[in-house]
Design a protein around this ligand. Structure first.
Ligand SMILES: Cc1cc2nc3c(=O)[nH]c(=O)nc-3n(C[C@H](O)[C@H](O)[C@H](O)COP(=O)(O)O)c2cc1C
Length: 203
């Protein structure tokens, strides 16, 4: 039984990163963590979201998912981010969420959070690693401890072998091309395990 508290924080327009977040939650719960699945706030105007069938469907499907707050970050020992690739970097909605954490950052409350990240993109070489690195750059500024999966489990290889964090390609139909479920669950377990070492080693 783990005493780790994990926040899984996602942004999703087409549902992919919402699904990745739910799989991460399952993996973390199986590892004994207490989990909160949280979305970041939408920045696009409602009129734009309404005009896009897939975007609206995701907005509707996630209506009851709580919006992540600074208090959630303070609560969490570990954080897994899941965010689509946008022009080779994280979606602005996630960046905005990071950018409003100056208060807890200044108070030293982002230090030693154990983090990892996941992403999706439409092309196999569409910027997945760059997106994860952009997020991890901010995590270094937070003093967080990045627990990337590396090649520490066979599940990483069978999901395409991204050692920075699980990534998946999304087809024109919006469906995931690779089967990454096991890799996501493994990544969640690893993030929780490392967070347990950090948390309990400090007591
Ligand atoms: C504005 C915009 C920019 C995008 N940029 C990229 C990109 O640089 N590379 C890529 O492969 N896919 C790109 N995509 C596709 C998204 O990454 C893809 O739709 C997303 O990963 C699906 O995740 P979601 O279902 O959680 O929204 C872009 C999509 C949009 C809307």
């Amino acid at each position: 039984m783990s005493n780790v508290k994990l926040a899984v924080i996602f942004y999703s327009m087409g549902g992919t990163n919402y699904q990745l977040a739910k799989w991460a939650a399952e993996g973390a719960e199986a590892a004994g963590a207490e989990v909160r699945v949280l979305k970041v706030e939408e920045l696009a105007p409602e009129s734009v979201v309404e005009q896009n069938e897939g975007w609206k469907a995701t907005a509707d499907a996630t209506t009851d998912v709580p919006v992540a707050t600074s208090a959630d970050l303070e609560w969490a020992d570990a954080i897994i981010f899941s965010v689509p690739t946008r022009f080779g970097t994280m979606a602005s909605q996630m960046k905005q969420f990071l950018d409003i954490q100056g208060g807890i950052w200044a108070a030293g409350k982002t230090v030693n959070k154990v983090v990892s990240a996941m992403t999706s993109a439409q092309n196999p070489h569409g910027g997945q690693e760059a997106t994860l690195l952009s997020l991890y750059t901010s995590m270094m500024h937070w003093g967080a401890i990045i627990a990337a999966p590396g090649y520490s489990d066979p599940a990483v290889f069978s999901a395409g072998g991204n050692p920075y964090g699980t990534s998946v390609t999304v087809g024109q139909d919006g469906k995931m091309i690779e089967d990454v479920q096991e890799a996501v669950k493994y990544q969640a377990k690893r993030t929780v395990t490392v967070a347990g070492w950090v948390k309990n080693g400090n007591e």
